[in-house]
Structure formats: C-alpha cells, structure tokens
Design a protein around this ligand. Structure first.
Ligand SMILES: NC(=O)c1ccc[n+]([C@@H]2O[C@H](COP(=O)([O-])OP(=O)(O)OC[C@H]3O[C@@H](n4cnc5c(N)ncnc54)[C@H](OP(=O)(O)O)[C@@H]3O)[C@@H](O)[C@H]2O)c1
Length: 266
C-alpha cells in the first residue's frame, strides 16, 4: 500500500474501497471481504445509508480501529451548523466509533459555511482526524479556502482517465489539498475495461485495463476508491502497487481525456 500524507500529517491510503450501494447484511459482507483482501480505507457517507454496515464490517474484520481509515460525508439534510453538529455525532454512533479519519462535506450547499464550521469544531474535538470537501470545483474550493479556519485536507471529485482533472489537482496541491477520485471506473458510463490504450499498456506490465486506469490516477497524485461487489475484482483493483507506468505511458493515457464531466457536474 502507498500512502499520501495530508497537510496535517495524517497518512491516507492511496487506494480505498468505495461503498456506495453496499447496504445491509450483503453490503456488510462485501465490506468485510474488502478488508480481508487488504483494503484499509472505507469510503461511506450519510447519504449511502450504510454507516452501520461499514461499522459492523470493521468489527467483523477483527482489525483494530486505528488500522482502518474511515471516511464519511455530511450532506444536504444536515444543512445548518446545528444540524451538522448533531449529524456528525449520529455518523459516529452509526459507525460505532468515536472518531472518523476523514469527514467530508458531500457537495457545495448554500449552507456550506455553517456546516463546515461544525466540521472544524469536530476536528478540534478529535471527532475527525482530518476534514475536507467533495464535488467542489476550483471556484467553490477557493471561496471555501478563503473563509475557513481549517484548510480542507481532501477534495473528493469525479476523476478518471477520461476526465482526470489534473489542473484542479495541481491547483489544490499547491494549497495543501489532496484530490481523491470518485468513480475511477466511470461507474460503467464508459467501457474503460476494454479501452485499447489501457489494454496495450496493461499487456506490457501483465496488468488489466482496470489496474492501469487506477495506477494512472495514483501516479498523478490522486487517491482512488474503486468499488466492486466481487472478491476477484476487489483483489484485482488492490494489486496496483507492484508496477510503474512510464512517462510515455502516462502521456498516452493522458491523451484519452476530454474536457467534460461524464456525470454532468459543472
Ligand atoms: N463524493 C461523491 O459524490 C461520490 C460519488 C460517487 C461515488 N463516490 C464514492 O466513490 C466510490 C467509487 O465509485 P463508484 O462505486 O460510483 O464507481 P466505480 O468504482 O467507478 O465503478 C464501479 C463499477 O465498476 C465495476 N468494477 C469494479 N472493478 C471492476 C473490474 N476490475 N473490472 C470490471 N468491472 C469492475 C463494478 O461492478 P461490480 O461491483 O459488479 O464488480 C461497478 O459496476 C463509490 O463507491 C463511493 O464510495 C462518491
């Protein structure tokens, strides 16, 4: 496993496990399997309605709490300072822990300032080791950075080979914020798994297109949180730390990118 050091010294795994849609007993079992495969970062959110399943899976794994990096996110129903403050405690209770490693604001909201203030307080109180945002574009990010007291450690955004957003990554890195990719496989919106450029580069390294796509992001300094319900794919997606893409290969993959989001985000 490789780690990225956040601006406040917290070590975040470069690769984690996404848990969107993994709910209930089946979800809990999938997440437990991901931990058994070796994943040490779990990405959840209040919106996913699976914080309990995530917390239970960590307990099922038998791993000490401090070995698992837990991320959760506050969203629109927590749309005031007071509601956010109460919902942070609800998340901790649902996860069965007294702190998360990373607490994110799920999207920009009209009430972002008050919500983020509650997150800063949670960070000072030791309820979150780091705080950050998600789905903030450069303008929204810059506005927040000017107003906040605790700089976002992470901005989790759509990022994949067709829309990696390296300019945003670079601009935020200059201010100490790490980009984390959601939908590194485009959630299936493009057939990345049969992309000829990835397949050809993969042949040279004995790796799949999926592995090359993840490695491209990691080598560009972007953390990734792919999701799969299948153990074989969890293992495949985890095995991305034993090869390195050359500068030429990175450039070939970089040529696949387009200017637009595949999800219609501004
Ligand atoms: N902050 C946000 O607003 C936001 C938005 C979206 C997602 N997220 C987070 O990001 C995580 C990842 O994104 P995502 O789950 O939306 O999409 P994703 O990871 O881009 O893609 C998941 C899809 O790829 C398939 N897949 C996974 N590994 C594969 C492989 N090696 N070969 C072929 N197919 C493979 C999965 O199918 P199987 O499951 O059948 O294997 C699933 O259909 C989420 O789970 C969530 O934690 C955050």
């Amino acid at each position: 496993m490789e780690y990225f050091t956040l601006w406040n010294g917290v070590q975040m795994p470069a690769l984690g496990f996404g848990t969107w849609t993994l709910r209930g007993q089946q979800g809990r079992e999938c997440i437990r399997q991901a931990l058994a495969v070796g994943y040490r970062l779990l990405d959840t959110a209040r919106m996913y309605e699976n914080e309990e399943a995530v917390g239970q899976a960590v307990k099922d794994s038998g791993l000490p709490r401090q070995e698992v990096f837990l991320t959760t996110k506050l969203w629109q129903p927590s749309n005031s300072y007071q509601k956010a403050k109460a919902d942070i405690d609800r998340s901790l209770q649902a996860l069965g822990t007294d702190y998360v490693d990373l607490l994110l604001l799920h999207e920009p909201y009209p009430e972002s300032a008050g919500m983020y203030r509650a997150m800063e307080e949670a960070c000072r109180a030791g309820k979150a080791r780091a705080i950050g945002v998600s789905n903030f574009n450069e303008e929204e990010y810059n506005t927040l950075v000017k107003q906040c007291e605790i700089r976002p450690a992470v901005n989790q955004v759509e990022s994949h080979i067709y829309y990696p957003r390296l300019a945003l990554q670079k601009a935020m890195a200059a201010q100490g914020t790490r980009m984390q990719s959601w939908a590194p496989f485009t959630e299936g919106r493009r057939d990345l798994f049969h992309e000829p450029v990835l397949l050809e580069i993969g042949r040279a390294h004995r790796k799949s297109a999926a592995q090359v796509a993840l490695r491209y992001l990691i080598q560009n300094g972007i953390a990734v949180i792919p999701k799969s319900v299948r153990r074989a794919r969890m293992e495949e997606n985890f095995a991305v730390f034993d090869f390195t893409l050359t500068g030429e290969e990175l450039a070939q993959i970089g040529a696949l990118q387009g200017p637009d989001s595949l999800f219609g985000w501004p």
